[in-house]
Ligand binder design. Structure first.
Ligand code: CP
Length: 313
């Protein structure tokens, strides 16, 4: 069957349908189980360009580790001050230069629309590794993959998403990805950090969503508790951040009110919203979630590079 990811830009999660997600998850499992010698052929001789205009730990290093695992290599920058961006070089010129040295461009940028713009400039595939407050599609892919691995399904689950639903770009990609399935979603946030209206109006037609102020209202029904960091760096006024700082804390007493089978996820990094005492509980899946990111991104790169990969068995 045709590999629909071949040579494609991954700019918005909205561009993927359920068939794409299921194919990607199957490919992730298949590629993870390949013997190393076969895995190393998937990106042999290929180069990934990583253009990170904002800080990253998981995304940048999991892409790098993924590329190494499938036989390729990577170049790029994690600090725009260390390259000619510092001398005023434009995003368009930076993309044009790096695409001449590589086969796929990974871009993280503080501006909404930056990844779409880069994909229009580049003739090679561009993967959005986080653009402004807008989207982080590969995070949503690995989030859904984590739910599939840990719960065996997405349809029919009660998924509570807690924290900064206004500025957290992972939330937007996650919600649009979940809209390809049939879960019940509980959105929990302080009033100031509710999901942006335009997204809510759009998503309400695609997904069963209810909004809540308190985690207490949903914790006993939740199958997945997806916690997010309040995005201090995206607040226009630091005083507004102070008003909502520490609004939600997940600790062992939170888990006592939940189903034993609850899983706790977080895109990370965390602030203080999940106490470290939760880390050793069976419900804590956020480190595993980050580790799934390497396998998922390796599969995504392999699919972008290799037309002949059969994604569905
Ligand atoms: N989840 C995530 O995008 O983490 P980083 O910012 O460390 O890449």
């Amino acid at each position: 069957m045709k590999n629909r990811f071949f040579n494609r830009d991954i700019v918005s999660i909205k561009d993927l349908d359920r068939y794409d997600f299921e194919g990607l998850f199957e490919a992730t499992d298949k590629i993870s189980n390949l013997p190393p010698t076969r895995k190393q052929k998937l990106a042999e001789g290929k180069v990934l360009s990583m253009l990170f205009y904002e800080p990253s730990t998981r995304t940048i290093f999991s892409f790098e580790a993924a590329m190494l695992a499938i036989g390729g290599s990577s170049i790029g920058f994690a600090d725009p001050h260390s390259v000619s961006v510092e001398k005023g070089e434009s995003l368009a010129d930076t993309v044009r230069i790096l695409e001449g040295y590589s086969d796929i461009i990974i871009l993280r940028h503080p501006n909404d629309g930056a990844a779409r713009f880069a994909s229009e400039v580049a003739s090679k595939p561009v993967i959005n590794a986080g653009s402004g407050t807008e989207e982080h599609p590969t995070q949503a892919m690995l989030d859904l993959y984590t739910i599939m691995k840990e719960k065996g399904k997405i349809d029919g689950l009660n998924i509570a998403i807690v924290g900064d639903l206004k500025y957290g770009r992972t939330v937007y990609s996650l919600l649009y990805a979940l809209a390809r399935f049939e879960p019940q979603v509980f959105l929990v946030s302080p009033p100031q950090l509710r999901i942006r209206d335009e997204a809510l109006y759009d998503l309400e037609n695609r997904l069963k969503i209810t909004q809540h102020r308190s985690m207490e209202e949903v914790i006993s029904a939740a199958d997945v508790l997806y916690v997010t960091r309040i995005q201090r760096e995206r607040f226009p006024d630091p005083h507004e951040y102070e008003k909502v700082r520490g609004s939600y804390i997940v600790d062992k007493s939170t888990l006592e009110k939940a189903k034993e089978s609850l899983i706790v996820m977080h895109p990370l990094p965390r602030g203080g919203e999940i106490k470290t005492e939760v880390d050793s509980t069976p419900q804590a899946k956020y480190f595993q979630q980050a580790h799934y990111g390497k396998a998922l991104r390796a599969a995504l790169i392999a699919l972008l590079l290799n037309e002949e990969i059969n994604v569905r068995s």
